[in-house]
Each structure stands twice: as structure tokens, then as C-alpha cells.
Write a new protein. Structure first.
Length: 154
């Protein structure tokens, strides 16, 4: 599996976990440059790539996600972000701050996002679409550690 694929499940976990609730805080600025906004969005992946050559433990990953939320809130969003995407951004911040190591343990990963409302899902999709259109590939040229191949025989 490629280095880049290591980050895909982590991003999926984050997005699923962050889209559960509606609402959020309006404290984040609305005048960020596209460049600053995109750097903030990719900073979690950069932190994961530089923090370890292995998949972080749930406690470390939860701390990285919470720190990322604080950083991204300080940056805010560009002023042209659509209202539904901004709502998805705010929900993402709220849920990222609330994520725990327990949420990220293997047995609990499937439960993340199961309470997702239709409105929250649409907002999360709008935010993800905005990030993709504005920032392109948030993985960039990151050099992520490879996931070891698992043996099919115990």
C-alpha cells in the first residue's frame, strides 16, 4: 500500500467524526486567503507525515486532530465560501475538538458518523467539495510512511 494511502483512512475517520453534529461556532474568521486556508486544511496530513514513521496511536491521533482544529479555526475560511460549506467547516471544527482516543480505536471506527443527519451530511459534502475545488489535493507531495502488508495467515 502506498504512503499516501495511509492517510486516506485517517482523513475518512476525521471527516466522518466531524460531520456528526449540526452547528458550530462562528468564531473563526471569514477573511482567510485561499493560500492560508489550503495550508491549514493540509496541515493535519503534514503533521501525520512528520510526526512518526508509523500510524499514530489513538491518543496521539486525537491530539493531532484537536490541535489541527485549533489551527484551522485561527485561519478561518475565505470570504467566498458558500454558506453550506461554512456550516460544514464549523461542524468539522466542533467535532474535531471533541474527538477522543476512544473514538479512534479500531472497534469504534465504524460507529463514527452513524448519527449523521441529512443536513449535516450535505454540509460536510459541501465543505469537502469546497476544499477540493479551492485547494486541490490536500495530500500534496507528502511522504507518508507505508502501511505494512498484513499476512493472511496468522
Amino acid at each position: 500500500m502506498s504512503r499516501r494511502h495511509l492517510a486516506l483512512p485517517l482523513v475518512g475517520v476525521l471527516l466522518a467524526a466531524t460531520a456528526v453534529a449540526c452547528g458550530g461556532s462562528d468564531d473563526a474568521p471569514t477573511n482567510a486567503s485561499d493560500k492560508d486556508f489550503c495550508e491549514g486544511q493540509s496541515s493535519l496530513m503534514q503533521d501525520l507525515a512528520t510526526s512518526a514513521q508509523k500510524t499514530p496511536e489513538p491518543t496521539e491521533l486525537a491530539e493531532l486532530i484537536q490541535d489541527w482544529a485549533d489551527e484551522v479555526e485561527e485561519i478561518g475560511t475565505p470570504d467566498d465560501i458558500p454558506e453550506d460549506a461554512r456550516a460544514g467547516f464549523e461542524t468539522t471544527l466542533e467535532q474535531a475538538r471533541d474527538i477522543s482516543a476512544e473514538d479512534l480505536e479500531q472497534d469504534n471506527l465504524d460507529k463514527l458518523g452513524e448519527d449523521l443527519s441529512g443536513e449535516a451530511e450535505k454540509q460536510a459534502e459541501a465543505f469537502n467539495r469546497y476544499v477540493g475545488e479551492t485547494c486541490g489535493d490536500v495530500f500534496g507531495d507528502l511522504d507518508l510512511p507505508e502501511v505494512p502488508e498484513l499476512s493472511e495467515n496468522p
